[in-house]
Design a protein around this ligand. Sequence first.
Ligand code: IPE
Ligand code: IPE
Ligand code: MG
Length: 233
Amino acid sequence: MFKNKIKNIPKHIGIIMDGNGRWATLQGLSRNMGHKEGINAVDRTINALIKFGVKVVSFFAFSTENWKRSEEEVNGIFNLTRDFLHSKRNNFKERGVRITTIGELSPFPEDLKKELDKTKEDTKNNDKLIVNLALNYGGRADIVRAVNNLIDKGATKVTEQDILENLYTGELPEPDFVIRTSGEERISNFMLYQMAYSELYFPKVLWPNFNERHLRKALKVYSKRNRRYGGIK
Ligand code: IPE
Ligand code: IPE
Ligand code: MG
């Protein structure tokens, strides 16, 4: 009933989860404790998204540039992701959550890749909410890969639609709404091609603190936006 109070729920939301490190520093904790709390925020947000009737969410979890961080932090993120998938796999099924990924998974540790494969396979028939994890993902790499795939298939000329279909996001709709937390107002190489007409929103909240109330506010903001796509309304 309360979900009907908000009009125009976006079908696909992209979330650039930022501020884990700053959250940890403010608490006097290690950066990896910030990522741990960030994962709790992911789980909480999944519940809230289901409640509001969102169908697809893409979480930017690890960018092609995040390899620049210390080995300790990078491994910490991988281990937390692996443990999260392992502990929540059955729970995803109960909630109707389908896990998908975008990004180049081959450089990841075997245990994480295995956990990702198993979770994707086990949840593939769920259709309440698609939780798409962007892992070793970069918007530029996505476009380059799409074009190379087309070349491999023999293309000598490509259309906008060809590129769109060959991106990692394939059959997913383009994100209607992209939220970046922590107050940073940039895209940091997220879905560059797919975001051509996404509505953007930059709340100050640090990702580990993000909750249903923040999502509700974000959805209200989105519902007041006027998407014109270059036309007149
Ligand atoms: C986002 O939080 C998580 C990842 C990029 C993996 P950050 O770790 O970037 O947090 P800040 O920006 O240092 O606060
Ligand atoms: C963007 O956050 C990447 C993810 C959220 C995974 P960053 O914290 O890496 O981005 P910059 O370095 O501030 O642009
Ligand atoms: Mg950051």
